[in-house]
Ligand binder design. Structure first.
Ligand code: UD1
Length: 430
């Protein structure tokens, strides 16, 4: 397995191009199952999760082509992928594939809506809690699907098609909102989805579905109205900028000091994080198409945050914020309210010299004057990048093991950091 070696202590200065959002690209690709026509997606990040989903979609009968590199392109703007599901060859998503990435479970709603049946393995993915799928199943049942669990698979049937209904989520779920939204575009009649997740990635998928001919209103709010249509058509859509990647590099710049411009960043999707970083003493200048992060010698102040569904502080930036706070001047409090087991980075950060105590869903982070490089282990996607952030500021050398977690969600991480002067290098598996 590859490792990453980081020699800490370098101040970051320069530009980083923000990639397309993984969490939008995956459901956008899944939306191709809803139509027999071609869906063209631009700015798709080159990630292991994208490649895995392409395999899953291919297994359902989706034809795909990826545009080659064009003259003058440096590869920083992602790939253009054309997806055509003219006929669905197989409505089963097997355990071997779904167990490796949780978002692949979201094929359930589109397959059921288009084909009247689907058999999808119960998911796996990052080990950050039990992560049930009851809300997905509840929504699809309310749309008229008959759901059984058989030998680790969800078997869903709607031989006469899905029917619009009122779907009220008792708890906000990003994935269940995607599933319900995609399925309801082809259901008969009107669907109202209440307490829908409001993450920008859902808005991006909804915008693409509208281009495909879906009738959706309330986009960006917690109540989505969908008027079902008989069929959807093809579309051309560019994946929105990754707010989690943006926040991650903002914290990397903040911990090392210096000045980094995040090109293509959507600051309007990061209000809660920007507020927290400013409170911590980090300077953030926002322009139409970029964010400039700087902390030239200022001290870092401690902060108190709790993770919440959007527009609250994202759970996907909790580990990175904790890494930054390990070097603040005082004690920070970080409460995780979305996932119950999302503190696995704590013991690895401690190996670098961080002082963090846990009590239930809350971490108290006592800032230290210095971190020291060590061997550390990536445990999940966002946890692993928090170790990169801490390592950038640590004295000496850190070697990060199990790098495949990073490759799932961060495009060209080493190149982007090297471009700003960081000493980051991949050590290929022996
Ligand atoms: C998505 C994101 C992930 C992010 C998370 C929360 C993608 C590909 N993944 O994951 O990066 O961390 O949103 O912002 O976009 N829950 C249930 N029952 C369900 C579904 C969820 O109880 O049927 C619970 C979960 O256990 C969790 C909470 O709801 O406690 C939120 O999960 P959810 O929003 O569904 O996360 P994902 O869609 O899996």
């Amino acid at each position: 397995m590859d490792r990453i070696r980081i020699r800490g202590g370098k101040i970051l200065n320069g530009d980083i191009q923000i990639s397309g959002a993984k969490n939008a690209a995956l459901p956008l690709m899944i939306a191709s199952l809803l139509t027999g026509k071609t869906l063209t997606l631009r700015n798709v990040p080159r990630l292991a999760d994208v490649n895995l989903l392409l395999r899953i979609l291919r297994n359902h009968g989706v034809d795909m082509t990826v545009d080659g590199k064009r003259a003058g392109e440096d590869g920083s703007l992602g790939e253009t992928i054309h997806l055509s599901a003219a006929t669905i060859a197989d409505t089963t998503a097997p355990y071997e594939l779904v167990s490796r990435m949780r978002a692949s479970f979201w094929v359930l709603g589109p397959l059921l809506a288009r084909c009247g049946e689907a058999k999808v393995s119960l998911p796996g993915g990052c080990a950050i809690g039990t992560r049930p799928v009851d809300l997905h199943l509840m929504a699809l049942e309310q749309l008229g699907g008959k759901i059984d669990i058989e030998a680790g698979y969800v078997v869903a049937k709607a031989p006469n098609g899905l029917k619009g209904n009122r779907v009220v989520f008792p708890k906000v779920s990003v994935g269940a909102t995607h599933n319900a939204l995609m399925a309801s575009t082809l259901a008969k009649g009107e669907t109202i989805i209440e307490n829908a997740a409001q993450e920008p990635e859902i808005g991006d998928v909804a915008a693409c579905l509208v281009k495909m001919g879906a009738k959706i209103s309330g986009i960006g709010s917690s109540t989505l109205h969908v008027e079902g249509v008989d069929e959807l058509k093809g579309a051309d859509h560019s994946v929105l900028a990754d707010r989690i990647e943006t926040g991650t590099y903002a914290m990397a710049a903040a911990i090392t000091g210096g000045e980094v411009t995040l090109k293509g960043a959507r600051a309007d999707h990061l209000d809660s994080m920007i507020a927290a970083l400013r409170q911590a003493g980090v300077r953030i200048d926002v322009t139409q198409s970029a964010m400039r992060i700087s902390r030239n010698g200022n001290r870092l102040y401690p902060i108190n945050i709790e993770t919440m569904p959007y527009p609250g502080f994202p759970t996907d930036l909790q580990a990175q914020m904790m890494a930054l706070m390990t070097m603040a001047d005082g004690v920070s409090t970080i409460r995780e309210t979305i996932f119950e087991n999302r503190f696995m980075h704590v013991q690895e950060l401690a190996r670098l010299g961080a002082e963090i105590s846990l009590s239930g869903d809350t971490a108290h982070v006592k800032g230290v004057h210095k971190l020291t490089g060590a061997q550390v282990m990536a445990t999940d996607l966002r946890a692993s990048v928090s170790l990169v952030i801490a390592a950038l500021a640590a004295e000496g050398e850190t070697v990060l093991h199990r790098v495949y977690h990073l490759d799932r969600g961060f495009e060209r991480l080493e190149a982007k950091l090297q471009g700003c002067g960081a000493s980051v290098e991949r050590l290929a598996a022996a």
